[in-house]
Design a protein around this ligand. Structure first.
Ligand SMILES: *Cc1c(COP(=O)(O)O)cnc(C)c1O
Length: 427
């Protein structure tokens, strides 16, 4: 009988998580301060401090504290849209009918806000050497649609994109850049923080990110006027009057002063979390060295925050795997494995992995949207992989890749067991 995971390990008694919050004590102190001073609201000292620290850490002039990063991205899109095309009629979005170039392989919150504002995402394929937006594909997209004036890009799993190159391409075409740094807070490109390259950027304090407020996010910008505008929109767009005076549609997007207390207490520990995540990544890289897999790529000159460790299986070492819109099937083969086998094995042993973000052009809701690859072709069909065509880079990484348990509190011993379980999948 072959050596299998089944006959060698007992499941973890305590679940090994993908990524969980890590509290240190100061968080409770700042939350308590909000409570005892009765600033249990969307104003207060914690919010002011979070905005100050967030801007300082990111190296931008202004940060606006919001209820989540998705709200921050929405306001980024609205600011960019109005700056590009002017104020729309009251019932119209700021991007009504406009195409916007967007990262393809990312969480849908990166680009859903484009749709909130009536825009049409055109997806830009991923490149193999950064797992992020392919600058060559972006160039091709501008050749196809020279009228486009807005690009929305993300840094996947805390591993920076070639954002300097992307910014240059945007500038050459007179386009604005929105940078979704939700997963990449604290990561740098040539010494500059992710979130400082875009005309507008967003960071997240969601529960599983590098630091957390349980929820929350910030919009980042160097424009005082835009920061003030975002703050106004986030508080129901009240005009400066004694009564509730309104000239435009507003939102209830402001950060809570209690949540801000948690974020405030977390910031001093961000570098410590990054160091722990880096150690996790390096242990995987060492431990999986003998397998036909590669870890998430690191572009020269960049320093990731290592939020999630991920791997991709060599083409030759993939066992057959197909996925429908909700289910996955695979056929085990000696010496080979696939993401489904590894994820199911991890789950059986009480450890949490996750598939790679399913590319947006493969999502039912966006399947009729264009996706531009570096060869410049337009794709607007789901799942070229299953259809038998040559997969685009995003579909290929989705097919062959997965995120590994990356909790910063995972002990080396527990991680060794995860590494052995992955080895067992390839037996
Ligand atoms: C988490 C995440 C978001 C959304 O953040 P929230 O604060 O949960 O709204 C957006 N984009 C990416 C890439 C993310 O990972």
């Amino acid at each position: 009988m072959a050596f299998t995971a089944q006959n060698c390990f007992a499941p973890f008694e305590q679940k090994v998580w993908l990524a969980t919050p890590t509290m240190h004590g100061e968080e409770l102190q700042y939350m308590t301060e909000a409570y005892t001073t009765n600033w249990m609201s969307t104003v207060g000292a914690n919010i002011n401090e979070v905005e100050r620290i967030a801007a300082e850490k990111a190296g931008v002039k202004y940060a606006v504290g919001l209820s989540c990063c998705t709200a921050a991205l929405h306001l980024c899109v609205k600011l960019a849209g109005e700056r590009l095309y002017g104020k729309p009629p009251i019932s119209h979005g700021a991007l009504e009918g406009r195409k916007v170039f967007c990262s393809d392989m990312t969480f849908d919150a990166t680009l859903n806000p484009v749709v909130y504002e009536g825009g049409e995402p055109v997806f830009i394929d991923t490149e193999a050497d950064s797992w992020n937006m392919d600058p060559a594909a972006l160039e091709k997209a501008f050749a196809l649609h020279p009228e486009v004036k807005l690009v929305v890009m993300a840094h996947l799993y805390g591993f920076p994109a070639k954002v300097e190159q992307i910014k240059k391409i945007c500038e050459a075409h007179g386009a604005l850049l929105i940078e979704d740094a939700a997963e990449a807070m604290g990561a740098t490109v040539n010494g500059r923080q992710c979130g400082s390259f875009g005309d507008y950027a967003a960071i997240s304090y969601n529960g599983n990110k590098i630091i957390t407020g349980s929820a929350g996010g910030c919009l980042l910008t160097n424009s005082l006027e835009d920061a003030n505008c975002a703050r106004k929109w986030a508080t129901q767009a009240r005009e400066n009057a004694a009564w509730y005076q309104h000239e435009e549609v507003g939102y209830n997007y402001r950060m809570s002063n209690v949540v801000a207390g948690v974020v405030r207490g977390q910031y001093p520990h961000m570098e410590e979390h990054i160091a722990q995540k880096k150690a996790v990544y390096e242990r995987y890289r060492e431990g999986l060295r003998d397998l036909p897999v590669t870890m998430n790529p690191i572009v020269a000159g960049t320093k990731p925050n290592y939020w999630l460790s991920a791997l991709i299986i060599d083409k030759e070492a993939m066992c057959p795997q197909v996925r429908s819109d909700s289910e996955a099937l695979y056929r085990p083969e000696a010496g080979k494995s696939c993401p489904t086998e590894i994820l199911e094995t991890l789950a059986r042993y009480n450890a949490e992995g996750r598939p790679i973000w399913k590319p947006m052009h493969m999502q039912p809701m966006y399947r009729m949207h264009q996706c531009v690859g570096r060869e410049g072709s337009l794709r607007c069909r789901t799942n070229a992989y299953i259809a038998g065509g040559v997969p685009d880079v995003g579909a290929d990484i989705f097919q062959r890749g997965l995120c590994l348990p990356s909790d910063n509190k995972m002990t080396p011993e527990r991680q060794d067991t995860v590494i052995e379980l992955i080895h067992a999948c390839f037996e």
